[in-house]
Design a protein around this ligand. Structure first.
Ligand code: UD1
Ligand code: MG
Length: 445
């Protein structure tokens, strides 16, 4: 069967003034990445079912910043600029030129709905086979802030009324507009050409196309989605609510895939966290972006892990901080109050207590004693430390980089090592211990 082709317009030009932020709303983070990334990922994942013709994001407020962030992660996205934010209908019109040579259907989405599901989009595409204009709605007990969907006596869509224009009885309607629409490209822009600014707000509402389509005798249809996936983020409370919902989704996905979460509500994932089965995660663990964890890994309580690969059967924590660029190979062990950055810890090696390992390549079966520090920064540049296989670094050693320790080396406790150590050698840097007879001191009366 031939795949259906479809274009997308994502509206992201708004000031997001209710966020009270210098950062554009769509760049605020949910589950380790900007709100808009969640929407883009879901759209792009449809490419196995549909032909994605054009994806256009409408930008306005801080457009260069938003564009830069998106382009560096998602090449091939088109951007339309809405210079002045005259409302959601005006925003869609800003994308008109980019679609002038494109035919077929277009789906319009709001850039502030990171929980939108793939199912919601597929349901709308299915609906569009039988209607001229379709949009997604949800039922809620808390409809504040959303456009209310007014149905007539025959349960057919009559119009969408925005919160600020709704009367008391309209405000009590519990069916709300998700802000995701589908129509033929030509029809959409025809309907939009009739949208006027409202007298009080000087805004062009996209929601007005419903009234216009009705008066043009077009068939309008709705598809119901879940409240959680329809949530639009307008303020910081909305951001926190979206984070909560997103975390619940990620936690239950992890548990379904065979991960033990002792206290799920205290574990925070990023949307790209990849965890294999039989991983054990104790309470209060945070995963920043870019984490991959292999089978059988144990992560004890109070760890912060970001940009890290942990291979199978390793253990981490409690109280460990693993920073970007770190790879822990199989059966390695990182213990309490250890920080590791941009380093490789090879198979079976241990960094068990109170250490900092940065910009290091640690061989296999190495033991790094308590309080070892790789002094990787000279105030200007960062330098590398290499430790060969089967070495033993005693407690409280400072390894001043750049530095190479061969394999099977032994470094005496308390040493400050500044010169390379060849294979199989012992290095110790320490003043000779003196034993001096204690003077008897008489206690003063
Ligand atoms: C909008 C809908 C509302 C729906 C809700 C769902 C309108 C008039 N209202 O309200 O019915 O229930 O979304 O979340 O459409 N934007 C622009 N340019 C503008 C104005 C907005 O690009 O001039 C963008 C924003 O950046 C945002 C999206 O459009 O990503 C929605 O705007 P927002 O102000 O959040 O609309 P809501 O009040 O949430
Ligand atoms: Mg909104």
């Amino acid at each position: 069967m031939q795949k259906e082709s479809i274009s997308f317009i994502i509206l992201a030009a708004g000031m997001g003034s209710r966020m009270q932020s210098k950062t554009p709303k769509v760049l605020h983070w949910v589950a380790g990445e900007p709100i808009i990334f969640h929407i883009l990922r879901k759209i792009l994942s449809l490419s196995n079912k549909l032909i994605l013709k054009k994806i256009i994001i409408v930008l306005g407020h801080e457009s260069e910043l938003v564009k830069k962030n998106i382009s560096s992660h998602f090449p091939g996205i088109n951007f339309a600029i809405q210079d002045k934010q005259y409302g959601t209908a005006h925003a869609v019109l800003s994308a008109k030129d980019l679609l002038s040579n494109t035919s077929g259907k277009v789906m319009v989405l709001c850039g502030d709905t990171p929980l939108i599901s793939i199912k919601l989009m597929l349901d709308l595409i299915k609906l569009s086979k039988t209607v001229d204009l379709g949009f997604s709605v949800f039922k809620t007990l808390n409809s504040f802030g959303y456009g209310r969907v007014v149905l007539n006596k025959l349960n057919k869509v009559f119009s969408i009324i925005e919160e600020k224009d709704a009367n008391k009885s309209q405000k009590s309607i519990n069916i709300c507009n998700t802000g995701v629409y589908i129509a033929d490209i030509n029809l959409l822009f025809k309907l939009l050409s009739f949208v006027k600014c409202t007298s009080n707000k000087k805004e062009m509402y996209l929601t007005d196309i419903v009234d216009i389509a009705r008066s043009e005798k077009k068939i309008i249809g709705i598809s119901y989605s879940k409240e959680v996936e329809s949530m639009g983020i307008n303020d910081r409370e909305g951001l926190a609510m979206a984070e909560k919902e997103m975390q619940n989704i990620l936690r239950s996905k992890a548990m379904k895939n065979g991960v033990t979460l002792v206290a799920p509500e205290t574990v925070f994932f990023s949307s790209d966290t990849k965890i294999s089965k039989d991983v054990y995660i104790a309470p209060n663990v945070v995963f920043g972006p870019g984490v991959k964890i292999g089978e059988g890994v144990r992560i004890e309580a109070f760890c912060h892990i970001e940009g890290v690969t942990i291979k199978k059967n390793s253990s981490v924590g409690p109280f460990a901080r693993l920073r970007p660029g770190t790879v822990l190979e199989e059966y390695s062990k990182v213990g309490n109050f250890v920080e590791i950055k941009n380093s490789k810890i090879k198979k079976g090696s241990k960094v068990n207590h109170l250490s900092y390992v940065g910009d290091a390549d640690v061989g296999s079966n190495v033991n790094i004693g308590a309080g070892v520090i790789t002094c990787n920064y000279d105030g200007v540049n960062k330098h590398k430390t290499t430790i060969g296989n089967d070495s033993f670094i005693g407690s409280n050693v400072s390894l001043v980089a750049p530095l190479k320790l061969g394999s099977n080396t032994l470094v005496g406790a308390g040493s400050v090592i500044t010169k390379d150590v060849p294979n199989d050698m012992l290095a110790v840097e320490r003043n000779k211990q003196s034993i001096i007879k204690k003077k008897k001191i008489k206690k003063s009366k």
